[in-house]
Design a protein around this ligand. Structure first.
Ligand code: ADP
Ligand code: MG
Length: 599
């Protein structure tokens, strides 16, 4: 006998489920997409225990007759395409006919459905892919699908599920995304018996975004005038200059109503922000791209998270133009409205902001200084690099705190300290230097316990999305270690969560609390699925809090303060870079100056 078997259907479905159903959130995605495809006007999503115990999606869409209800559980059964020519222009969210049988093969599954015109509906119970019962049902017109005990028969998959709160966060984020793509549908979401949000149908996308993410989120964005280039339409919102987050969770990019993660779309957005956003930050955006369905191939990813464009160059150009044009309508920056551009991070207002009397004179001029310097520097030596070889006298050698003969010259633009050191020029970036020093202090502190925190006299209530809220709840230990004490204060009826903040990292006390929270959450999320306080976790935590704290620190006090900062920096473990790799100190060697002034 040969060794090749054809897989039995159930096993084949379980294999397919491996691609389509990663976690409860993917079940929600498939079910809600089906409801949308079925023309639903109202969708209710209920779940228990992060969706692992139960997910129930109820819609008022077309429903199915009995024959279809039975058929939809067969592999490759779909009403959405008939022949391969249809694959060229897909207008529905589903088309593979794989979701329902896959989900049914790895759960206890119940489907209840009725078409408006039928007197009696159908209820089908399936367990691990086997149909157990087919009965009449008297439910309202539409479809209700229950998925209980996900992966109960696939222990290997079950093991990969995260804790309840992590799964809940993923699940909520998934519903939020679908709700943004379909403001015309009303969404209700319940966990156990508690209603998490109820979003009224609306024609105005802005209303939907406000309901979901709160007023403040919208205020950080500018509306894009809808535009069309060679058949590709784009509209939506783009971040204001200088607005950035360190992950892309606030980039919602849709192609023909389907949320897509693609560097082809996100890179041009980043590019448009060049010079206004610090490295590693991404501009939040909510953008809808619409084009002829035949211009995009959705059939490249099992969960349909990626697409292929017929003309990628065109899409890139459209995205870039759109992002750039969004800012044309903006008024010139004012210092309190937006953070100034040039490499600043909105989460870290410039040191002068608010409290300091120093005026932001470096607004335009700083840019030119910075460019000039970096051009000049490119040929010269950063301090940690080897000496410039053609000039033995150049002091490219490492500086030592003990043999330091530096003389303080002055401060430039409230941002740099200038020193003379054996005929060379030292430029120290104040914030970067502080970051390095604080980082080392925090890191050693964290290995002994947690960072100091400062109690707020009055707890502060913040608006955050329900997904962020769930994440925060799930990672309290980590946030506590950073000195942040915050807890959920419930979710409003529109789905905007309230976060009650009781204490913040002591060294960051001068910054707006919202920025501290947003920054911590964004950064810690990047550690990975289940961040812990291991070595890497501590490093990320220390780096994050040091960035926050350095941004809020005051300027060095006179020449003594300046000299002290330089000495402390040189005494640190890695004086010349911030934990994120930015330079803290640049040295212009005499050889370099000679060369520049040579005839
Ligand atoms: P696909 O969406 O790729 O067609 P699915 O396995 O998700 O595949 O669904 C199979 C079929 O079942 C769909 O094509 C549709 O005809 C039907 N169906 C699924 N969910 C619903 C629903 N909520 N309302 C009406 N019909 C549905
Ligand atoms: Mg489907």
């Amino acid at each position: 006998m040969g060794r090749i078997n054809v897989l039995p259907d159930i096993l084949a479905s379980q294999v397919a489920a491996g691609e389509v159903v990663e976690r409860p959130a993917s079940v929600v995605k498939e079910l809600v997409e089906n409801s949308i495809d079925a023309g639903a006007k109202r969708i209710v999503v209920e779940f228990q225990k992060g969706g692992t115990r139960l997910i129930r999606v109820t819609d008022d869409g077309s429903g199915m007759d009995r024959a279809d209800a039975l058929l939809c559980l067969e592999r490759h059964a779909t009403s959405k395409i008939r022949e391969s020519a249809d694959l060229v222009a897909i207008t529905t969210l589903g088309f593979r006919g794989e979701a329902l049988p896959s989900i049914a093969s790895v759960s206890r599954f119940r489907l209840s459905t009725r078409r408006r015109e039928d007197a009696c509906g159908t209820l089908i119970s399936v367990s691990g892919g086997k149909i157990h019962e087919v009965e009449d049902s008297g439910d309202a017109a539409g479809t209700r699908i229950e998925v209980a005990d996900l992966f109960f028969n696939v222990p290997a998959r079950r093991k990969f599920l995260r804790g309840e709160q992590t799964e809940t966060a993923h699940l909520l984020q998934q519903i939020e995304t679908l709700a943004v793509a379909h403001p015309e549908i009303s969404f209700i979401c319940r966990r156990d018996q508690e209603e998490i949000f109820r979003l009224a149908a609306t024609e105005d996308l802005a209303v939907r975004l406000r309901d979901l993410y709160g007023e403040k989120f919208l205020k950080r964005l500018v509306v894009l005038t809808p535009q069309e280039t060679q058949g590709v339409r784009v509209y939506g919102w783009m971040a204001r200059p200088g607005e950035g987050r360190s992950d892309r969770s606030h980039q919602l990019l849709f192609v023909n109503g389907r949320m897509i993660r693609s560097p082809l779309l996100s890179q041009p957005l980043r590019e448009a922000c060049e010079g206004t956003l610090a490295k590693g930050l991404h501009p939040p955006a909510v953008l809808f791209f619409e084009m002829d369905p035949s211009a995009v191939d959705c059939n490249v990813h099992p969960a349909k998270r990626e697409v292929r464009f017929r003309d990628p160059g065109l899409i890139r150009t459209v995205a870039l133009q759109a992002a750039r044009s969004a800012w044309k309508s903006l008024k010139p920056l004012t210092d309190h409205e937006f953070s100034p551009g040039v490499g600043t991070d909105p989460l870290f207002p410039p040191i002068y902001s608010g409290k300091s009397a120093v005026h932001p004179t470096w607004m335009p001029s700083d840019h030119s200084i910075q460019c000039e310097l970096s051009e000049q520097m490119s040929g010269s030596s950063r301090i940690q690099e080897t000496p410039v070889s053609d000039d033995p006298n150049s002091s490219g050698c490492a500086l030592h705190q003990s043999s330091l003969s530096a003389r303080y010259i002055g401060m430039l633009g409230g941002r740099y300290l200038l020193f003379e050191e054996k005929e060379s020029l030292l430029l120290l970036e104040i914030r970067a230097a502080r970051e390095r020093l604080l980082y080392e202090r925090f890191l050693s502190r964290l290995s002994q316990g947690s960072l100091e925190s400062q109690h707020l006299l009055m707890p502060e209530l913040l608006e955050v999305s329900s997904a962020d809220l769930a994440w925060i709840e799930a990672h309290r230990d980590l946030l506590n270690a950073a000195g942040l004490f915050a807890e959920s204060f419930g979710v409003g009826k529109h789905g905007v969560g309230s976060l009650k903040v009781d204490a913040i990292p002591a060294d960051a006390a001068t910054l707006p609390i919202m920025e501290i929270v947003v920054c911590l959450v964004d950064e810690l999320r990047n550690i990975g699925e289940a961040p812990t306080l291991d070595r890497r976790g501590r490093e990320v935590l220390a780096a994050t809090v040091s960035r926050i704290a350095a941004a809020g620190a005051s300027l060095p006090d006179g020449p003594e303060g300046a000299m002290m900062l330089l000495r402390q920096l040189l005494a640190s473990e890695l004086p010349y870079v911030t934990p994120k790799g930015r330079p803290t100190l640049i040295q212009l060697a005499p050889g370099e100056l000679l060369r520049r002034f040579a005839a």
